[in-house]
Design a protein around this ligand. Structure first.
Ligand SMILES: *Cc1c(COP(=O)(O)O)cnc(C)c1O
Length: 395
C-alpha cells in the first residue's frame, strides 16, 4: 500500500509532539502521588494545579470548577447522573436531544429505568434543536437540560447560548457535551452561560483516557467516584498526572492556535466537500451547510453501503468512519441520520470524513480521486443504481 490518509480526527487524533514531551517526565522521574506530602507528592500536586489552572483559564472558568475524569464519556455520565440524583427532590425530568453521543443517550435511558422521565428533542433537517419545542418541554419537574455543543457525526453546532438563556430563565441546569467543540469553536463558559460542560483530551491532540468536567460553582451534583479526597471529594482516585499534564498542554495549544487551526481544516474540508459534490452524483452533504465543525464532512452516497465504502477506502489507505465509532459494528443506521429525517437506505450510505491539523491538500485530492473511483465501482454492482441510470437515459 502506498499512501496513508487519516480522515477520522473526530474519532481520535494523534498526540502532538509538544504534548508528549510535556508528559514524559511524569511517567518516570516525576512520578509522585499528588496526595503525598513529601517533595515527590508536592511536585505532582504542583503539576496538577498548573494543569487545572491552564484549562480553567482556557474556557474562562475558575480553577475550582474544573474536575478531571478518565475522558469525555465519564464526564457525560457524571454530569447527568450526578445532577439527576442530587436534584431528585426538585423533580425527575430531563431534556436532551435525539442526536446526542451515546455517552449521554445511554445514561438517559438508564435513568428512565430508575424513575426519571426524559424528553428527547427533535432536530431539523440540519440537526439543529428546536428552541420552541425546548421551551414547551420544560415543566415544574425539569431539573436538567443536556444538549451537545457540536455533533460528532454531522458537525452541526447548536445554539448553546440561547439554550443556556432558556434554561436559566426557567431555573434548570444546563449541561453541554463540548468534546467536539473544544479546539474548534471559541469557548467561554460565562459568555455561553452553561452550568456543566465536558471535554476529552484525545479529541484535541492530547492523550487518551483523560478529560474534564466543568461544574459551575453552586451546582448541586453528587460525587461520581467515592473514595479518597481527590477532585474536591467528588471524583476519587489517584490522579493521572501525565495524562492531565498532556491534556493541559493540548488545551493550551488548541486555544493558542484556534484561528489558524480553524482556517487550515476549514479550507481542506471545503476542498473535500466541493470535490465530492462536483465529481459524484447522487450524494448529499449532511449537517448544517455553514454552522458546523470546521473539519467535518458527512456524506450520504445513494445506492451504496457505507461499510463497503469504508472497506474500499481502507484498502487504498484512507481512514474514514461510517458514523460514530460506537455504532460501527452494528447494522442499525446512525441515530443522528435518522433524526435528521433520512431514510434507512440513504442513511446506510453514509461516510464521515474529518480533517485535522496534519491533513494536507494532497491527502484531500487523493481522497477525492479514490472516492470517485470507488463509488463508481460499487454502484456498478448495485441493481438499484442501474435502474435509476437506465430510467434517466430514457428521459
Ligand atoms: C469522543 C466523544 C465522547 C467520548 O469521549 P471519550 O474521551 O472517548 O470517552 C463524548 N462525546 C462526544 C461528542 C465525543 O465526540
Amino acid at each position: 500500500m502506498n499512501r496513508k490518509v487519516y480522515l477520522d480526527y473526530s474519532a481520535t487524533t494523534p498526540m502532538k509532539k509538544e504534548v508528549l514531551e510535556e508528559m514524559m517526565p511524569y511517567f518516570s522521574e516525576k512520578f509522585g502521588n499528588a496526595s503525598s506530602i513529601h517533595s515527590f507528592g508536592r511536585e505532582a500536586k504542583k503539576a496538577l494545579d498548573i494543569a487545572r489552572d491552564k484549562i480553567a483559564k482556557a474556557i474562562g472558568a475558575d480553577f475550582k470548577e474544573i474536575f478531571f475524569t478518565s475522558g469525555g464519556s465519564e464526564a457525560d455520565n457524571w454530569a447527568i447522573k450526578g445532577v439527576a440524583f442530587a436534584n431528585r427532590d426538585k423533580g425527575n425530568h430531563i431534556i436532551t436531544s435525539k442526536i446526542e453521543h451515546h455517552a449521554v443517550l445511554h445514561v438517559c435511558e438508564y435513568l428512565e429505568k430508575h424513575g426519571f422521565e426524559v424528553t428527547y428533542l427533535d432536530v431539523d433537517e440540519y440537526g439543529v434543536v428546536d428552541l420552541e419545542q425546548l421551551k414547551n418541554s420544560i415543566t415544574d419537574k425539569t431539573i436538567l437540560i443536556s444538549i451537545m455543543f457540536v455533533n460528532n457525526e454531522i458537525g452541526t453546532i447548536q445554539p448553546i447560548k440561547e439554550i443556556a438563556k432558556i434554561a436559566k430563565e426557567r431555573g434548570v441546569y444546563f449541561h453541554t457535551d463540548a468534546v467536539q467543540a473544544l479546539g474548534n469553536v471559541p469557548i467561554d463558559v460565562n459568555d455561553l452561560g452553561v452550568d456543566l460542560m465536558n471535554f476529552s483530551a484525545h479529541k484535541i491532540y492530547g492523550p487518551k483516557g483523560v478529560g474534564a468536567l466543568y461544574i459551575r460553582k453552586g451546582v448541586k451534583i453528587h460525587p461520581h467516584i467515592h473514595g479518597g479526597a481527590q477532585e474536591r471529594k467528588k471524583r476519587a482516585g489517584t490522579e493521572n498526572i501525565p495524562g492531565i499534564v498532556g491534556f493541559a498542554k493540548a488545551v493550551e495549544l488548541a486555544v493558542e492556535n484556534l484561528d489558524s487551526h480553524i482556517e487550515h481544516v476549514r479550507k481542506l474540508r471545503d476542498r473535500l466537500i466541493d470535490g465530492v459534490l462536483k465529481n459524484i452524483d447522487y450524494v448529499r452533504l449532511n449537517g448544517h451547510p455553514e454552522n458546523r465543525h470546521p473539519g467535518n464532512a458527512n456524506f450520504c452516497f445513494e445506492f451504496i453501503e457505507g461499510e463497503s465504502l469504508l472497506l474500499s477506502l481502507d484498502m487504498v489507505g484512507i481512514a474514514g468512519s461510517s458514523g460514530s465509532a460506537c455504532t460501527s459494528g452494528s447494522l442499525d443506521p446512525s441515530h443522528v441520520l435518522m433524526a435528521i429525517g433520512l431514510s434507512h437506505e440513504i442513511a446506510h450510505g453514509s461516510l464521515r470524513l474529518t480533517v485535522g491539523d496534519f491533513t494536507t491538500e494532497e491527502d484531500i485530492d487523493y481522497t477525492i480521486q479514490q472516492l470517485v473511483k470507488i463509488v463508481d465501482r460499487l454502484r456498478q454492482m448495485s441493481p438499484l443504481y442501474e435502474k435509476v441510470k437506465g430510467g434517466q437515459n430514457n428521459v
